[in-house]
Unconditional design. Structure first.
Lengths: 898, 123
């Protein structure tokens, strides 16, 4: 007899009703064994046939038996059945209705209990529903495109530098278009460009990007007015976003074709405010023109046909009948071909393919899942608390239950009654949660960082309602299960006897309640440890030295109008600008750059170091920026070697640059970089001499390690989209009006945006972390509160039940402090056991949070000691009230009540 | 739950029996049997047309027990060689009466068939 078949058979036996199983299971198994032995004599095949038939037969009969019982007992009691059952005339809904009525009577009789329970469950369900709304909108709902599951992003991968999602060069993009696994392959600039919009009220900054002509068709979104691009629109047409059309143009449909220069039509905000590539949510889209590499003149919305310049985000739609794996394999082949024929540029460039949905939300998934876990535990704790309340009440209702039971109410009937009651509580809690859903979702959206993907799509929908309804029922059942079984177990006789005296709960019940409290303390530890780890990470992020002074800095971004198209004109304008900014009272230093740390994107360049014979594909990369005015001194970035830029480092002077320490360390290990020469990007540029080394700064995020950086001076080619930073000796916000006035004085067509203090930039850069932290900490606090309530409830009950015992002991001369000590000890044991359990669980769970932590190990000794201590302290504090009362039991009164 | 009905209950109202039930009653007609023996007996007599497995057999037995057609033996025959897990069953008076009534019903049908020459048999 094979073990597997026996296990299977036993599993099927488990499906039989219990009474049937008790009576026949052994005999059935025996006959199965004998039948098997008999069949096995005819060979393995016959044995197998026997097992299959016997198992099917056993399974089918189990279902049949269950179905008949269901029909007979619940759904449609047979009024002329042979064996009369107890509730022949009651249909199941009649039973439920009468139970519900009874439950409502109980609520009315004890409104405080009912209100507390509903609020506790409502809070739990509400928090879960709100978080589910967030998760549903961000993670679960498909992207707002046609067949979004067929959309993928294609990235270049750089194996040597361990980057698997690099932007794509135009020529590589052209090659990817050949892949037959896609019905279309389109591209957009991987970045956003700032521009100026001249309206009646003055210059306003706008954002735009460039996209290939079929991009919107590929996404499957149609314009609400006009049409999408055709090849004839290059350099003549533009699409504007729905938001821009509504807000800046008043939704006027007459804009078609009559807009200043080459304006064609408004286009629905097809990507919403949070599309799957942030560079696609802009005010306008221009058609992307590909131009000859040599003719590349930096004209707007063009891309040079080159493999050197990586600048495109590539979006593709899988062709019918092709899987992502096939597409990936085909692209790998193409990438291999390119590597073979263009080893100089693509020597270590591969390709990677990412589902569009994954691209959009992959980065926040771990954080959101953490929130789901946390809020789920909070709900579990509210269930436990309400379950404990129900248990406690069932103790005082023991007499009633015993009487009902003595009058013939079966055990099942009592269980159903308790479950109906708890499901009703859950349902009321669910209603309360829904009533506040809009508010809580608003709250979450308001707290959420603006960078949260798909933020604008967050709203409750049908699936949220279904979730809330299902959760209410599940919560109700989960809450009622333990009390239902625990309270129905008591035997009638002792129930009646006990209830004659002041009600004490049986030993079993007390054990159940203590176990629940231990579980609660454990959950509180798990939640608080998670929150604690996040807090520690946040603290260590905030205490990370960004490498520059954050205080007393005002930052803003300028858009220089295109009329300053010559470098000489821009230099003159910049000189005027510097003089005026320096003249503002309170401004002590003025600087600027092309990429503001913690507040802007990156652009990088290949570095060709003089005297090293390395093929271009092996050239290291550094982030490239310009320094404007006295950028380093304004920011407080220290000089480590050599010198900073001076006004003499202009277009006619020998080209110079300043690099950061990381670049010096990585590219000039062991030698002094000052005085050495490098080239940027292509091989035919001028040699640039390194004149100084500055300290590292954190650019992309406080928790991202510094990258190699190289700066050139702005005077060589003044940027048209600079960030300006002003060092002040007062509150940076106080000089904003003066700054605006001076900008107007330079040229009223200069648009400025994002005027904010550096502290704001920094705080914004940790906004997502703060959001997660805030929610996690509030779950932690909530869990502590719940644990405290749970411990308090149980201890209060213990004390009131044991009042007579204590009274006797006090009367016999026990000192009150001894009684107090005992009560506290009991609480301490419960909390301690819970804390130990919680620590063990946390140690298992915490490593899964690794991606959310910074500067702290998942099993952080400090957190793992401090948090359980806190939970124990809170629990003991919750015991204090009941313990105090126990000490003051009046022996005479307590004994008289017996 | 297990009511034993008097054999004088209206046996006719219980007819016709399903083939499976009738076969089980027939198997027990030869004396007390345990579950697996009933299966074998039925399988042999019907040439494998009715092959009972544990689920069907015990569901049927449970019904027959509930209906008072059969009863479980308290004592076991030949205890020395017996497997403790086996359960033995025998017909009750009601069961015997029902089986007989079903047999008579079938015989009456058979007689009609014979009379109408639907049934060839060497007599």
């Amino acid at each position: 007899m094979t073990r597997a078949s026996l296990v299977l058979f036993r599993a099927l036996l488990a499906a039989y009703p219990r009474r049937f199983r008790r009576r026949f299971a052994e005999a059935m198994e025996q006959s199965f064994r004998e039948g098997y032995a008999h069949a096995a004599t005819a060979g393995t095949a016959a044995a197998l046939v026997f097992v299959v038939r016997a198992c099917i037969d056993t399974g089918v009969n189990a279902v049949a038996l269950r179905a008949v019982r269901l029909r007979d007992r619940v759904l449609w009691p047979d009024p002329i059945g042979l064996h009369q059952q107890k509730r022949t005339s009651d249909m199941w809904w009649q039973i439920l209705v009468s139970d519900a009525r009874y439950a409502f009577r109980m609520f009315r009789r004890n409104p405080v209990f009912a209100a507390l329970a509903v609020v506790a469950l409502g809070l739990g369900i509400g928090a879960n529903t709100a978080i589910f709304t967030l998760v549903d909108s961000v993670l679960l709902r498909p992207l707002p495109y046609a067949h979004p599951d067929r959309l993928v992003m294609i990235w270049s991968s750089n194996e040597r530098e361990h980057r698997d999602r690099d932007v794509v060069s135009p020529l590589d993009f052209m090659d990817f278009k050949r892949a037959s696994a896609f019905s279309s392959v389109e591209a957009a600039y991987s970045f956003v460009i700032g521009g100026t919009w001249i309206s009646k009220t003055g210059a306003e900054p706008i954002t735009f990007t460039a996209v290939t002509s079929q991009l919107f068709e590929t996404l499957g979104r149609a314009p609400i007015l006009g049409r999408t691009f055709t090849p004839d629109d290059l350099q003549t047409g533009v699409l504007i976003s729905y938001d821009f059309w509504q807000k800046r143009l008043g939704g006027d449909s007459a804009v078609l074709g009559v807009m200043p220069k080459d304006f064609i039509f408004p286009y629905r905000a097809m990507l919403g405010p949070s599309g799957f590539s942030s560079s696609l949510s802009v005010d306008m889209w221009f058609p992307l023109a590909f131009v000859d590499d040599n003719a590349f003149t930096r004209a707007t919305a063009t891309a040079p046909l080159s493999r050197q310049v990586r600048m495109l985000s590539v979006i593709a739609r899988l062709a019918d009948g092709h899987t992502r794996e096939q597409a990936s394999a085909e692209l790998q082949g193409i990438a291999r071909q390119i590597r073979g024929t263009h080893a100089d540029t693509n020597g270590n460039i591969g390709v990677s393919i990412v589902p569009a949905h994954e691209q959009a939300v992959g980065s926040v998934r771990p954080a959101l899942l953490l929130l789901v876990g946390g809020v789920g535990l909070v709900l579990l704790m509210s269930c436990i608390n309400v379950a404990n309340m129900l248990l406690a009440r069932s103790t005082s209702r023991q007499r009633e239950l015993a009487i009902r039971s003595a009058l013939g109410a079966g055990r099942n009937r009592l269980i159903v009654q308790t479950l109906v009651e708890s499901v009703l509580l859950g349902g009321l809690g669910g209603l309360m949660a829904l009533a506040f859903l809009r508010l809580s979702v608003h709250g979450i959206v308001a707290l959420a960082p603006p960078e949260l993907p798909r933020l604008g799509e967050i709203s409750p929908d049908m699936s949220v309602l279904l979730f809330a309804a299902a959760l209410s029922v599940i919560t109700g059942v989960a809450t009622g299960l333990v009390p239902a079984f625990a309270s129905s177990r008591g035997d009638v006789n002792s129930g009646l006897k006990q209830a004659g005296r002041s009600a004490t709960s049986g030993r079993g019940q007390q054990r159940v309640r203590s176990a629940l409290v231990i579980l609660e303390a454990a959950l509180a530890v798990v939640l608080t440890v998670s929150a604690g780890l996040l807090v520690r990470s946040f603290v260590s992020i905030l205490s990370t030295d960004p490498g520059f002074q954050v205080e007393h800095l005002l930052t803003l971004q300028l858009t220089i109008p295109p009329k300053y198209n010559g470098t000489e004109q821009r230099r003159t304008m910049y000189a005027d600008l510097e003089a005026r900014l320096r003249a503002i009272p309170g401004v002590t230093d003025v600087g600027g750059t092309t990429r503001l740390p913690l507040g802007s994107t990156n652009v990088s360049t290949k570095i060709n170091i003089e005297g090293r014979s390395v093929p271009p594909s092996q050239w290291p990369e550094a982030e490239f920026r310009r320094s404007v005015f006295d950028y380093f001194s304004t920011m407080g970035i220290p000089l480590r070697r050599g010198r900073l830029f001076t006004k003499q480092d202009g277009p006619n002077a020998p080209p110079v640059c300043v690099i950061n320490e990381t670049m010096a360390r990585q590219m000039f290990a062991g030698i002094d970089p000052v005085g050495r020469r490098i080239k940027f990007g292509s091989a035919d540029g001028p040699w640039v001499t390194i004149v100084g080394v500055i300290g590292d700064i954190r650019h992309s995020a406080l928790d991202a390690p510094p990258q190699p950086e190289v700066y050139i001076n702005y005077l060589v080619n003044p940027p048209s989209n600079p960030f300006i930073v002003l060092k002040t000796n007062a509150d940076p916000a106080s000089i904003v009006p003066a700054v605006r006035a001076q900008l107007q004085a330079v040229d009223k067509d200069i648009a400025s945006n994002d005027i904010r203090p550096m502290t704001g930039v920094l705080s914004n850069s940790v906004a997502e972390r703060r959001f997660i932290l805030l929610l996690a900490v509030s779950f932690g606090v909530l869990s502590l509160l719940m644990a405290a309530v749970g411990v308090y409830g149980v201890m209060a009950l213990v004390v009131s039940e044991r009042a007579p015992e204590m009274a006797i002991r006090l009367a016999l001369g026990a000192s009150p402090s001894r009684v107090l000590q005992q009560v506290l000890q009991y609480g301490l044991v419960l909390a301690g056991a819970g804390a130990a359990l919680g620590v063990a669980v946390s140690a298992v769970v915490a490593p899964s949070m690794r991606s959310l932590l910074f500067g702290v190990r998942p099993v952080d000794p400090f957190t793992f000691i401090a948090v359980p201590s806190l939970v124990v302290a809170v629990a003991v504090a919750a015991c204090a009230g009941p313990a105090w009362r126990s000490m003051r039991v009046d022996p005479v009164r307590a004994l008289r009540m017996e | 739950m297990h009511m034993t009905r008097r054999p004088d209950a209206d046996v006719a109202s219980l007819l016709p029996l399903t083939p499976v039930v009738f076969e089980i009653l027939l198997a027990l007609g030869g004396g007390e049997q345990h579950g697996y023996a009933i299966m074998q007996d039925v399988a042999e007599r019907t040439g494998g047309r009715i092959e009972l497995h544990a689920g069907s057999l015990y569901r049927a037995l449970s019904r027959l027990l509930e209906g008072g057609f059969i009863e479980e033996l308290d004592e076991r025959p030949a205890a020395a060689h017996d497997d403790q897990r086996r359960r033995y069953y025998r017909l009750t008076l009601l069961g015997t009466a029902v089986a007989r009534a079903e047999a008579e019903r079938l015989e009456a049908q058979l007689a009609v068939a014979r009379e109408r020459r639907l049934f060839r048999r060497h007599t």
